[in-house]
Design a protein around this ligand. Structure first.
Ligand code: FES
Length: 473
């Protein structure tokens, strides 16, 4: 679509477009590094990063300003922020206890927010949206960094989270609900409560708090009457309430792991001696960020890849990019077919590979995928080796596992060859259980003290396992 804009000296182009009703995908928070906000300048006088641009030109809108009185811009569909994706609100665990009360559970994720309304232990409504904080960056580090940019930034992030939850509450119709329970990673929970999460961004990653107070919905700015809002407590800086909730839903036996693969791969391992947890930075590649061929799980995203020009696409539309599960398929399938060597280099040598019409993967993008899968593999292998506990079974929580082909995840070396089970959105499941049974708060506070946090950067084996993990078996 094409738009004519008038000069507004204070706003950059991305801000002007958002004000005009066309918010862009600002995954790196306007740092000019992700390239997701690219638009085409058609006419007018512009500057990018303070330097004049000669039109026509393709630019990052977050770094561009209109310097003349008027300018014309073309916005590709792919650069627009996706308001609603296909996000799982389902989880697999024991049934919820029956209760006459109507309650609401929220999973506040870094990228997506999901909520359900429950009545008599059953889901009666569900809603999902993208976290409005995404305009400040696509991962917890960019959000933490944003807090330091101005005195009002923490409140800005808090309100973005509150407005995301409000968007869902409006769709769930919360009238008559007795309470809300929310689970999220530690940074999300802190931001939701207006607590500065900065200590999580620096060694030794200590969270400013792990247990969050019960607050009133109105006090927090939620449109749900004045009902109590409970927050699932966090285990550590990078092992948050989403994993505590997962632990509540998926009790572990020795040799069993609970893993949630996101920008951070959070891992809990039960051993004969006790419980241990860690987190490995997988980066945002599997969530479709930082690489051009990546996509979130939205219509048009390839969810399963079987070989060149053979794939399934969410919504049956023309393919526009690969979501995380298809990236794993790509690595495994093309390695099997001999189009990738063990270092992930394209065979016969080429800069890029066309996976589907219009979906091209460059070697540097394959490198990003290898780094992401190596971080997951190294995190699991290092924790298991540290605990001297062979992995018998791995429970995969979260949206990434939803479409994942386990055979390909093992074949490309991301997951160990053991029993694998997808358990769905257990963060939402645990929040739902807390909403129905608020008395579980004490049990959750007991659970967060069980896992011992093992920072991977302190273990030498992590580096070796990571380097091994970069190879394709
Ligand atoms: S390059 Fe503009 S938001 Fe990332």
């Amino acid at each position: 679509m094409q738009l004519t804009l008038k000069a507004d000296g204070r706003k950059n182009l991305a801000e002007q477009l958002a004000a005009a009703g066309y918010p862009l995908d600002l995954r790196c928070g306007g740092n000019g590094t992700c390239g997701r906000c690219r638009v085409r300048l058609r006419s007018g006088e512009w500057e990018t990063d303070g330097k004049p641009v000669s039109v026509p030109a393709e630019v990052n809108a977050c770094r561009t300003r209109l310097t003349g009185p008027e300018g014309e811009v073309e916005i590709p569909e792919r650069s627009l922020a996706v308001r609603q994706g296909k996000v799982a609100a389902a989880w697999r665990s024991r049934p919820l206890p029956e209760s006459r009360e109507s309650v609401i559970a929220v999973d506040l994720g870094t990228t997506t927010v999901a909520a359900v309304k429950l009545c008599n232990g059953e889901i009666v409504r569900e809603a999902t949206c993208f976290n409005r904080q995404s305009r400040f960056g696509d991962n917890v580090i960019t959000r933490i960094n944003h807090v330091g940019t101005s005195s009002g930034a923490l409140e800005e992030l808090r309100m973005a989270a509150v407005e995301s939850v409000n968007e869902l509450l409006d769709r769930l119709e919360p009238d008559g609900a007795a309470r809300i329970a929310l689970a999220g990673n530690t940074v999300m929970s802190c931001l939701f409560h207006g607590i500065d999460p900065s200590p999580i961004g620096v060694m030794p990653f200590t969270p400013p708090c792990r247990i969050f107070p019960v607050r009133g919905a109105a006090e927090l700015g939620l449109r749900a009457g004045d009902i109590p809002v409970l927050t699932v407590p966090a285990i550590a800086g990078y092992v948050g309430g989403d994993l505590t909730a997962g632990l509540l839903e998926t009790p572990l036996r020795p040799g069993e792991l609970l893993v949630d693969i996101g920008t951070n791969c959070e891992i809990i391992l039960q051993t004969e001696q006790g419980m241990f947890c860690t987190a490995a930075a997988a980066g945002p590649a599997f969530e479709g960020a930082g690489i051009h061929c990546g996509s979130r799980a939205v219509p048009g995203a390839i969810d399963h890849y079987f070989g060149r020009n053979s794939c399934s696409v969410i919504g049956g539309a023309a393919p526009a990019g690969l979501c995380g599960s298809a990236m794993i398929d790509f690595l495994a399938v093309e390695r099997r077919l001999g189009h990738l060597n063990e270092f992930g280099r394209i065979q016969p040598p080429a800069d890029c590979f066309e996976a589907a019409p219009g979906v091209t993967i460059y070697e540097w993008e394959i490198e990003q995928l290898l780094k992401a899968k190596a971080a997951v593999r190294a995190g699991i292998a290092t924790l298991a080796a540290y605990c001297r506990t062979p992995v018998k079974k791995l429970f995969l929580a979260g949206g990434f596992a939803r479409y994942l082909d386990f055979g390909n995840a093992v074949a490309c070396g991301m997951l160990p060859d053991c029993e694998l089970e997808a358990v769905g959105n257990t963060s939402l499941g645990g929040a739902a259980r807390l909403a129905v049974q608020p008395g579980l708060a004490a049990e959750l506070e007991r659970l967060i003290d069980l896992p011992k946090d093992i920072p991977l950067n302190l273990l030498d084996e992590f580096e070796d396992n990571y380097i091994d993990g970069l190879l394709l078996p």
